[in-house]
Design a protein around this ligand. Structure first.
Ligand code: MG
Length: 382
């Protein structure tokens, strides 16, 4: 956190009323909230705002930005600390303010047994509706903590084989041809590239990538296309260009048009913005061929595991994605990656101030860290 962000966050907290007066008003002490040290036999939650600096301006069909707000959480139990994270891209409606407010309402020190994760997460869910990223930050920290207490990586606790992680894609944002070529070069370890479409010159954007690589692509339109016939024509053209799936081609409200497209598209149509949780998945099982599951949409690993089960029962494809996040949340999502058809877990590589080290990419595949919990290490202060 640079000085300006620290002061801004400190002022935010010193405001007091936002936090219901529960947090210290001294800016010098405002960087970390919650009890400083855990009491034996009790769960202690700490949380801190942080701002991710993006390596490149991130441009989508709907907006562009250079930073992403996150909140880093810790849950301590008997001297063991689990790490978690909430990431708040603007389109989901959460912010530093809303996440800090939600977390300040929680009293998880009432729980004596971290392995009653179902009870703890039900309690967290009951405190207020929404707040999915804030809830995910508690879920991730709790999974990390319980894995560490067991001395086992989370993927083992879920019964998954780390040899079965799928290839993961690297997102090439919309930009000038020179920058796109630079991004493709940076994505050298990846076997699958993702292109963001939904602006005026989609074919041109794909052609620029095709001029520097013949790796398979996936296309994310972020709701950018408005005409279903155009979308179908593009799906055919993209298949010819080696695109393996099409993500959120049209606005999420246009369910009838998207169902029409999915029925005829030569490549799978994946729902992202349209599908936040298992209920959305059931309601839209005839609209999409698959779903992009993200911890920040569904509230964490427990919700994501539930969504994967539901998607498979409905015969749908499963993609595991992320927001712009540190290696903490990305590595947490990767614990479930042996269950996915495709992963898009590159959010940590898009930032220049990642405080954690976690998953690695070798030959395009995710290599899960072998340490207990989610397996991340804090490598610099945040
Ligand atoms: Mg997407």
């Amino acid at each position: 956190m640079n000085k300006r962000e620290f002061i801004r966050n400190a002022v935010l907290i010193a405001g007091g009323s936002l936090m219901g007066g529960r947090l210290a008003g001294n800016p010098e002490q405002a960087a970390y909230y919650g009890q400083k040290k855990g009491e034996p036999g009790r769960l202690t939650l700490r949380f801190s705002p942080y701002t991710l600096q993006l390596r490149h301006t991130f441009t989508l069909a709907t907006n562009s930005r250079t930073t992403t707000p996150v909140v880093l959480t810790e849950i301590e139990y008997d001297g063991v600390t689990g790490y978690g994270e909430a990431s708040m891209p603007p389109y989901l409606g959460e912010s530093h303010e809303s996440v800090l407010k939600f977390l300040s309402l929680l009293n998880i020190s009432q729980f004596r047994d971290p392995f009653l994760a179902g009870d703890i997460l039900d309690y967290v869910d009951s405190v207020a509706p929404g707040n999915h990223a804030a809830k995910a930050s508690v879920d991730i920290a709790l999974h990390d903590l319980t894995g560490k207490l067991l001395g086992r990586p989370c993927y083992q606790v879920f019964g998954l084989n780390p040899e079965k992680t799928p290839v993961t894609s690297f997102t090439i944002g919309l930009d000038t041809p020179e920058i796109v070529k630079q991004k493709v070069a940076e994505a050298e370890p990846y076997k699958l590239l993702k292109v963001k479409l939904g602006r005026d010159n989609d074919k041109g954007a794909v052609e620029v990538i095709r001029s520097c690589t013949d790796k398979p692509l996936c296309a994310d339109v972020n709701q950018g296309w408005k005409d279903r016939r155009y979308a179908l024509e593009m799906a055919g053209w993209l298949k010819e260009k080696g695109v393996v799936y099409l993500e959120q081609p049209m606005p999420k409200e246009r369910m009838e048009d998207i169902a029409w497209l999915t029925a005829q598209s030569p490549i799978p149509v994946i729902g992202d913005e349209a599908i936040q949780n298992a209920g959305d998945l059931v309601r839209q099982r005839d609209v999409y061929s698959g779903v992009n599951i993200k911890l920040m949409k569904c509230g964490g690993l427990a919700g994501a595991a539930r969504m994967i089960d539901v998607a498979r029962a409905l015969g749908m494809k499963v993609m595991l994605g992320c927001m712009t996040e540190t290696s903490c949340a990305v590595t947490a999502a990767a614990q479930l990656s042996p269950l996915a058809d495709w992963c898009d877990l590159d959010g940590n590589l898009l930032i220049s101030n990642d405080p954690f080290e976690g998953l690695k990419i070798v030959d395009g595949r995710i290599i899960l860290p072998g340490g207990p919990g989610i397996g991340v290490k804090k490598v610099r202060p945040a």
